[in-house]
Design a protein around this ligand. Structure first.
Ligand code: SF4
Ligand code: SF4
Length: 435
């Protein structure tokens, strides 16, 4: 694609990166074929190629965003299915991030939108605030009818069950039965996940400890920053990124770290991008790059580094039919698809890919809260495809997908790590107690 940025514009690092990306695009439109919003809405501007033109027009001509542009960019899920399809290697992720930053700087959203987006930014990344809002939601549910459709839908989606944590909060979870651990890793315990599904971190820690790996959870690390990043709130996001980078880097230098483990693929995708985000920051670029290099999805880490001690199945033990849901951030963001499937297959159960598995379930961070109608349609399609397999349970590697899919089906859904933990000596997940 031809571009016409001025020399002055190219002094800006974001314009420079976007110009390189835009030049790779040959307008072929292959990406539209695998874009969930283009598939649903059929409008060129709701597909990647159309959005690329909208972003180009804004940043190249230094135009403020307008309602039409915002509508189509907001409808993008940031699922990155288009990046997997694109034959020219267009990095749509960096382009849409730039577009969202530009919108945040140049467009004043209506009051209701601003309020909701600020509310999400100020609540979701903070476990205590999230818990309090969850409890308040319980109180207002009976008078739900007084709110607008949008708020009603948000109230419906708000989790109100916060399971008890079984592991105490510690800085170091030592490896089992060893004087010297075989490896030392930091775990990103996340924000929402640790409140609504603490068993995911517990399975991760238990499994790693059982295999001789020490797990640390440094004080001060909370949210990975992706929520603000995807809302276009780049200053807030950068504060979080910076804090995380400095804490992990200090730990890496002082005590050594073999990896930073993410068990939420949405967060892992952002951590792996820290290096790019701080590419022009002289103080942080080396540190950020190191943090990105150290980051591994838990499935990736297990596959590359751990000889898992799977327990031999008893002859009369049950075989399960498992549907594997490949989260977009896992398969398109981190290009990890076969690894978790192969790990689950080692449990001796049958694992099936969900038909049209490249299409998003509609979770996409806060998307199901902000674009509820589209998210609901995507969820409906996902459930229809899951039903074609008729599995006993579903496995996936991202808390957002777990929550979204659980809203559409009674089939139990687990994190991949809960399945692996169970078959290597951990407890059977409670959600499967009736199976
Ligand atoms: S597939 Fe790639 S090159 Fe083709 S229009 Fe889409 S982004 Fe551009
Ligand atoms: S990120 Fe997903 S929703 Fe957005 S343009 Fe690409 S394929 Fe479409």
């Amino acid at each position: 694609m031809e571009t016409h940025f001025s020399k002055q514009q190219l002094k800006d690092k974001d314009n420079r990166s976007s110009e390189k990306i835009l030049r790779k695009c040959v307008h072929c439109g292959f990406c539209n074929a695998t874009c969930p919003t283009y598939d649903l809405l059929g409008d060129e501007l709701d597909g990647p190629r159309g959005r690329i033109y909208l972003i180009k027009d804004m940043i190249e001509n230094n135009k403020p965003a307008n309602e039409k542009i915002v509508k189509h960019i907001d409808r993008c899920l940031s699922c990155y299915s288009c990046m997997t399809t694109c034959p020219s290697g267009v990095n749509y992720m960096h382009l849409i991030d730039h577009g969202r930053m530009h919108i945040e700087k140049t467009f004043k959203r209506p009051f209701g939108d601003r309020f909701i987006r600020n509310f999400l930014s100020q609540v979701i990344p903070y476990p205590l605030r999230f818990r309090i809002v969850g409890l308040l939601t319980l109180l207002i549910k009976p008078i739900n009818f007084i709110f607008s459709k949008r708020i009603k839908e948000m109230i419906k989606l708000m989790p109100i069950n916060f399971p008890r944590k079984n592991l105490p909060k510690m800085k170091i979870y030592p490896a089992e039965k060893r004087k010297k651990p075989v490896a030392r890793v930091a775990l990103l315990t996340g924000c929402v996940q640790q409140v609504i599904s603490p068993q995911i971190n517990e399975s991760t820690i238990r499994l790693l400890n059982r295999h001789g790996i020490e797990v640390i959870v440094p004080k001060g690390i909370g949210c990975c920053g992706s929520l603000d990043h995807h809302l276009g709130k780049s200053d807030l996001a950068k504060e979080t990124f910076k804090k995380n980078i400095l804490i992990w880097y200090k730990e890496y230098i002082n005590n050594g770290l073999d990896a930073i483990i993410s068990n939420t693929s949405g967060c892992g995708t952002t951590l792996k991008d820290y290096g790019f985000i701080f590419r022009s920051d002289d103080d942080l670029k080396k540190k950020a790059k190191k943090i990105s290099e150290l980051t591994k999805d838990i499935s990736e880490y297990l596959d590359e580094n751990v000889k898992l001690n799977f327990i031999k199945k008893k002859p009369n033990s049950r075989d399960y039919k498992i549907a594997y849901h490949s989260a977009c951030s896992m398969q398109h963001g981190q290009k990890i698809h076969d690894i978790p499937i192969n790990l689950i297959k080692k449990t001796g159960n049958k694992v099936f890919n969900i038909p049209e598995g490249h299409l998003c379930c509609g979770s996409a961070g806060t998307y199901n809260l902000l674009q509820n109608d589209i998210a609901k349609k995507l969820l409906k399609n996902k459930i229809l495809n899951i039903d074609k397999i008729n599995p006993e349970f579903i496995a996936t590697g991202n808390i957002g997908c777990i929550t979204q899919i659980a809203n559409g089906t009674k089939i139990p859904i687990l994190h991949t790590i809960e399945v692996i933990d169970w078959y290597t000596g951990g407890p059977k997940p409670k959600i499967l107690r009736y199976l």
